[in-house]
Design a protein. Structure first.
Length: 133
């Protein structure tokens, strides 16, 4: 939660608009109260600057369905106005995010670069989990 808030604090003062991707990995379960609070805080802090939110869900249909319902309900209540892309396939998420970000900002980020960034982030997360054990 703290890392997410620090990231938002770094992004908000910048004049540029940004898109963000949340990666939900297999086995993480539903968001905790801290996780829900961080998701809502991020949406509110990014209002006006955040262009698009992408959420990559795990392949498990049970976890994916529960997280999808939580996200849609939260975004509906928050009324942030930015597009929300929820996918279980990393390439489809990257394609949609690339198109939406370019349409909203005029800045093109290739879907290939987005896939590489997501895969790098996943590897880093696995490394950090290994260090904690």
């Amino acid at each position: 939660v703290r890392a997410m808030r620090d990231f938002v604090d770094q992004c908000i003062p910048e004049p540029q608009r940004f898109s963000i991707v949340h990666i939900v990995e297999e086995g993480v379960g539903l968001p905790t109260s801290d996780g829900r609070e961080a998701f809502v805080s991020l949406g509110r802090l990014g209002k006006g600057r955040m262009v698009c939110v992408g959420i990559l869900l795990p392949a498990s249909s049970i976890v994916a369905s529960a997280v999808r319902a939580f996200v849609r309900a939260t975004v509906t209540v928050m009324r942030t106005g930015h597009p929300l892309i929820i996918e279980q396939d990393v390439r489809e998420l990257a394609r949609s995010l690339s198109e939406t970000h370019a349409t909203c900002t005029g800045v093109r980020v290739s879907s290939r670069d987005i896939v590489q960034a997501i895969e790098s982030t996943r590897r880093l997360g696995l490394e950090r989990l290994g260090e904690q054990k």
